[in-house]
Write a protein that binds this ligand. Structure first.
Ligand SMILES: N[C@@H](CCC(=O)N[C@@H](CS)C(=O)NCC(=O)O)C(=O)O
Length: 202
């Protein structure tokens, strides 16, 4: 199995976290984003939008879109399932994956990219910080009652939130998270997970 990705990228980290949860080693083909390798015709043939990651299975099946890849991997690889069987827990997992992709990560990435690129547009950063508040408030209330977003277990919902929360902290914006104490306790559980440590090279 091959993954075309970049280990610094949030989307590749979701895929690598699930692979680590399943104890599955893959051939990792590094795509140098800073050099624009994701825009070459060779890579566009794998990923028409010119981004990473891409998964290629041993029988030559190729797919892209990180959230689709992690669902596929969880469904097909042996090991502990990261998708609840209980329909209500499953619904909550999907709900919080959607909250992440619709509301949290677009706001988080505004802040992260401004800091990461060093452009530091404070007005844009303020918008990003403001945008993170509601989704954080919502999950904080949920995490007051249960250890993980879908209930008692670590699921794909944690896998999708983790790289964005991690980068918010990495760029020095942890103050946005600090006022949500249940989020902070949850984050300790997620960040100390061996799969996430492996995916982030820690
Ligand atoms: N919706 C896509 C987004 C992929 C994406 O935006 N990847 C970023 C890295 S996290 C990328 O390749 N950026 C390089 C670029 O935009 O040129 C997915 O979930 O796989």
């Amino acid at each position: 199995m091959k993954v075309y990705g970049n280990l610094m990228s949030t989307c590749s980290r979701k895929v690598m976290t699930v692979l680590a949860e399943k104890n599955r080693e893959v051939d990792f083909i590094n795509i140098e984003l800073m050099k624009g390798e994701q825009k070459t015709p060779e890579h566009i043939a794998r990923q028409p939008f010119g981004v990473v990651p891409v998964l290629e299975t041993d029988d030559g099946f190729q797919m892209y879109e990180s959230r689709a890849i992690i669902r596929y991997l969880d469904r097909t690889l042996p090991g502990t399932s990261l998708t609840p069987t209980d329909p209500k827990a499953y619904a909550l997992m999907e709900q919080f994956m959607s909250v992440e992709s619709s509301y949290f990560s677009p706001a988080a990435m505004k802040v992260v990219m401004e800091r990461f690129r060093g452009t530091n547009d404070e007005a844009n950063i303020a918008k990003g910080r403001e945008g993170m508040k509601k989704p954080l408030e919502v999950i904080d209330a949920v995490l007051a009652k249960q250890p993980f977003l879908a209930g008692n277990d670590f699921t794909l919902a944690e896998v999708t939130w983790a790289p964005y929360v991690d980068y918010v902290i990495a760029v020095g914006e942890q103050a946005v998270l600090a006022e949500y104490k249940n989020v902070m306790s949850w984050w300790e559980r997620v960040a100390s997970r061996p799969s996430f440590k492996k995916a982030t090279g820690r």
